[in-house]
Design a protein around this ligand. Structure first.
Ligand code: AVI
Length: 312
């Protein structure tokens, strides 16, 4: 069942250890702040993946190996900045494919389509807005082979069980021979990871606090943003980056739609996000556990990030 925003907020803020899901970061405003994050020098993930898709587009497409027209279905496409290089390569080689980017934000989808068509007028594209759980269902019916893209280390935002559930869902909706290119952020020097999430400019803080503004706007709450701080840390033993909103004083927040007042203690945490980092061995297990075999790993030159090509 797909729970609503209101139900999830009620459940998360009523829990002993308060939590809110990072999937709600991405309203139009949040998606815009995420673009800012992707342009921060500390947020190496975007540059690393951009490098892989720019310099190894040919190798990736050769390894995918479809010898007939195919679909590229991108889940959580965002502004498509990374994917551009791969698409550009395909268009320049006059390879016959159809691109279907899917994202939850209408604004992101609109800006992606117009930017791409401006630069690649011959691109065959049909953007879709929505939850990708629903969008996957057409996949199995189609005769055309598909390459699924799940880039940007989006998989890192899922707890282990949910990650397995999602990958199994992909697997079940793919046809034999379909491919999945999955972007995963690798374990590395903890200081580099820490800086990507606790940036000096406070953009990641703004990204997290935007969730409180969203609750104010959509659920009629009265969060005072200045009374909350942001904290994030990387644990190299587990590979987990965990992010939190911190209450700076004892305070009450009323949420009209929920007809409920919540107490926040001084220093109380609201857990907002997991951004898990993997080793190559863990990625191999993840693939195997969910019915995939790894065909090839494509790494950037610093070995910070991998785009791993999986086959059903
Ligand atoms: C979308 N996702 C992979 C990002 C990440 O790195 O976990 C979201 C993000 N959160 C803070 N900075 C970026």
């Amino acid at each position: 069942m797909n729970k609503t925003f209101a139900q999830d907020v009620l459940e998360g803020l009523s829990a002993t250890n308060k939590h809110l899901s990072s999937k709600y970061f991405y309203d139009d405003n949040g998606s815009r702040i995420f673009q800012e994050i992707m342009h921060m020098p500390e947020y190496y993930l975007t540059d690393s993946e951009f490098e892989i898709l720019s310099l190894q587009a040919k190798q990736i497409i050769d390894s995918v190996g479809f010898n007939q027209p195919f679909n590229i279905i991108e889940l959580g496409a965002g502004d498509g900045f990374k994917t551009f290089k791969l698409l550009e390569y395909l268009v320049n080689q006059e390879i016959d494919f159809h691109y279907v980017p899917i994202d939850i934000s209408q604004e992101a989808i609109d800006s992606l389509s117009s930017k791409l068509l401006e630069r690649l007028p011959n691109l065959s594209i049909q953007a879709k807005r929505g939850d990708y759980f629903e969008m996957l269902q057409d996949l199995k019916q189609s005769e055309t082979p598909s390459l699924l893209l799940f880039l940007g280390s989006n998989i890192g935002n899922y707890l282990e069980d949910k990650a397995n559930e999602l990958l199994t869902l992909f697997q079940e909706n793919m046809k034999k021979g379909d491919k999945l290119l999955i972007g995963v952020d690798l374990k590395k020097n903890p200081l580099i990871i820490q800086k990507a999430y606790l940036d000096d400019g406070g953009i990641t803080k703004k990204f997290n606090l935007n969730l409180l503004l969203r609750i104010n706007r959509e659920l009629g709450a009265d969060f005072k943003i200045d009374d909350f701080e942001f904290y994030s840390y990387y644990n190299p033993d587990t590979g987990n980056v965990k992010s939190y909103i911190v209450s700076l004083r004892n305070q009450k927040v009323h949420i009209k739609t929920l007809d409920t007042t919540f107490d926040f203690r001084y220093d109380e945490l609201i857990w907002t996000e997991l951004s898990k980092k993997y080793s190559l061995e863990e990625i191999e297990k993840l693939a195997k556990n969910n019915g995939f075999s790894i065909q090839q790993n494509f790494l950037d030159c610093k070995h910070y990030f991998v785009d791993s090509l999986w086959e059903k």
